[in-house]
Ligand binder design. Structure first.
Ligand SMILES: [Zn+2]
Length: 394
């Protein structure tokens, strides 16, 4: 019996086709496109990790598109386009609304993984937040990961390997994305979003290479103003009253941001649910099964809003920390680019007001607040404690 070696195809690589917008990730693109080109390098479960904003879910979609595409990821055909916009029949993209992925959802996915693709070459299941799988949900997936189905591929995304339950981790191949260089993010904003060069450079640097945030900063003046207000808080705290006010300001900046994005979406979801249940939307009271479905939806929306508001506060704290980091750079005269080069005067003012030890303590206070908020301490409380620690000497 002669075994024929599988054929190695020529497919789009770094900077081409579906990989075009995955900037600064040459190693990851090489690994993924090699798996598309050479069946011997393919496997049924992948774990894509990278810091927020590095393009994890974009990488997962690009890989899914390359799997479905007849040309291995041209970026133009129907398969590629529908995979990216989430409408491909054989590509299921799971983005978590809640804080966790529950066992019921995991069981549904494991079941879906059993069936062969309907129109495409592969059945692809993308879990964008594999770090949010509960232990029981992870257990429900294990069997599916242990006993691969011939044409099913799992793409799990998470910030780092440590965030994923170890049994899942050990059954998947790991591909690591890195923080892309500022220049690469700026170049992407110019090429893809038509942003001018100066704005793109400012946004990429201010966002510390987080692609989504850089894009928002470049396109939304409100976001730029909120960020600037957050940074300038560092110079405003000269007593207890200022500290409490600064904390309240930070909390309300976050509330503005999350409120703006959720109201309309919530209403749409409710209308869609009522429609699916065939409910009479003009009725004053709804039958019990409709009421309970609405309650469930509202609970999920509330959880999502909480999670989003926390993420926004966390982002504001990363911004604030960049101000102290820059002050440290100025203080030590290190030849490193400032994150906040656009307000260098204020950075220098902060550098003069605090000693290096005080700058370190300020960074510690911000890190502590982030940890507390992640551990479910009410944000305002954590922010007040932090702002009191950030008081400037008179
Ligand atoms: Zn294609």
């Amino acid at each position: 019996m002669s075994v024929q070696a599988p054929e190695v195809r020529s497919v789009p690589g770094i900077g081409e086709g579906v990989w075009r917008d995955l900037v600064g990730q040459d190693d990851a693109v090489r690994t993924l496109s090699e798996a598309i080109a050479d069946p011997r390098r393919m496997t049924h479960a992948w774990l894509l990790t990278g810091p927020p904003g590095s393009g994890r879910s974009n990488a997962a979609r690009a890989f899914a598109a390359a799997l479905e595409c007849r040309q291995g990821g041209c970026g133009e055909c129907r398969e590629c386009r529908t995979t990216f916009d989430g409408s491909h029949a054989d590509v299921q993209i799971v983005s978590t609304k809640g804080l966790t992925i529950q066992v019921r959802e995991a069981r549904d996915l494991a079941l879906a993984a059993q069936s062969s693709p309907s129109v495409g070459r592969w059945r692809v299941i993308v879990i964008e937040d594999a770090d949010r799988l509960t232990e029981r949900a992870a257990d429900a997936l294990l069997k599916a990961l242990e006993e691969p189905v011939p044409r099913t591929v799992w793409l799990l995304c998470a910030p780092s390997v440590e965030d994923v339950i170890v049994t899942i981790r050990s059954r998947s191949r790991h591909v690591r994305l890195r923080i892309p260089p500022v220049e690469a993010v700026a170049e992407l904003l110019v090429r893809r979003d038509g942003v001018d060069v100066a704005m793109a450079t400012y946004a990429a640097r201010a966002a510390q290479s987080h692609i989504g945030i850089a894009r928002r900063l470049a396109r939304d003046e409100g976001a730029r103003i909120r960020r600037r207000e957050t940074l300038l808080l560092a110079l405003s705290i000269r007593g207890l009253g200022d500290a409490l006010k600064a904390a309240a300001d930070l909390a309300s900046i976050a509330e503005d941001e999350s409120g703006a994005s959720s109201g309309e979406r919530n209403a749409q979801e409710k209308a869609k649910l009522l429609e699916q249940l065939g409910a009479d939307t003009s009725a004053r009271t709804q039958p019990p099964h409709v009421r309970s479905a609405i309650n469930q939806l509202e609970k999920e929306q509330k959880t999502r809003a909480t999670r989003f508001a926390r993420d926004v506060v966390d982002r504001a704290l990363i911004d604030l920390a960049s101000m102290y980091r820059d002050a440290m750079v100025v203080r030590w005269g290190k030849p490193v680019d400032l994150v906040n080069a656009d307000i260098v005067g204020e950075v220098e003012q902060l550098a003069r007001a605090l000693t290096p030890e005080q700058l370190l303590l300020a960074l510690d206070a911000i890190a502590t607040a982030r940890e507390r908020i992640a551990a479910n301490v009410p944000p305002l409380l954590a922010l007040e404690a932090m702002c009191i620690a950030l008081e400037l000497p008179l």
